[in-house]
Design a protein around this ligand. Sequence first.
Ligand SMILES: NC(=O)c1ccc[n+]([C@@H]2O[C@H](COP(=O)([O-])OP(=O)(O)OC[C@H]3O[C@@H](n4cnc5c(N)ncnc54)[C@H](OP(=O)(O)O)[C@@H]3O)[C@@H](O)[C@H]2O)c1
Length: 239
Amino acid sequence: MTSIGRGVAIITGASSGIGLACSKAFLAAGFEVVGLARDFSKTDLDHSNLRKECLDLSCSEAVQRVLPSILNSLTEPLKVLVCNAGIGKIGYLEQLAVADIEKVLATNLLGHILITKYCLPILKQQNECSDLIFIGSESARQGGKEGSVYSASKFGLRGFAQSLRSECAKAGVRVNLINPGAVRSSFFDDLHFEPGPGDENAILPADVAAMALTAVNLRAGTVLDEINMSPLTKVWQSK
Ligand SMILES: NC(=O)c1ccc[n+]([C@@H]2O[C@H](COP(=O)([O-])OP(=O)(O)OC[C@H]3O[C@@H](n4cnc5c(N)ncnc54)[C@H](OP(=O)(O)O)[C@@H]3O)[C@@H](O)[C@H]2O)c1
């Protein structure tokens, strides 16, 4: 696999965690990366092939304004879109504020539906193949106590990915869905629980990034479809 001139990868949530790890992995593999997030001041990554674009995915007006101008400005072919950004608001449904419910659905689901809508016509024009990669969750496969809205957003993303899988194959767009269990990242900063402290209690963001790159590196005629990842032992602790 050649390691230079592989085209552009747009990665949402590129300022931390899985998205940052994906940015590093795709840059190392020879992609130009356009990273999207609200705030890159916390991000310890600079690279000549990395472009950081500030965008609040939960604002559909901003997505509709910014995405076309980013896509128009690309000088290399768009080969990959990684739909990764996401937030979790965890709690019994009656306890969740309406604004938080809207924020989770707008960020995790609607924002990515819109970004994909803008990118898809371009991904379909690429020679050989191109890739849509969705970062789902184990919550996309099984709902659980206090996870209703987060799960709804991730089930929605999974259904969206499955439908596009059927719609896009003939145009050479591979649709890949990765469902991680607990990943050690800032995702838990504002939550009341986190994975246990052991190395085997959480996946690392780099593990998920490696899986995303594996999907892209597969022979053009093969698709990853859907893959589940989990820590060797599932341990949660209260904070
Ligand atoms: N950590 C886990 O255990 C776990 C497990 C399964 C699935 N996931 C999923 O993995 C994805 C990445 O999470 P992570 O673990 O890497 O968490 P993270 O370190 O908190 O990263 C989340 C990323 O999403 C971005 N983001 C959040 N809200 C945004 C908005 N409104 N507009 C634009 N960007 C926004 C954040 O950037 P800014 O704050 O700078 O905007 C950040 O880059 C999420 O979809 C999450 O649901 C995580």
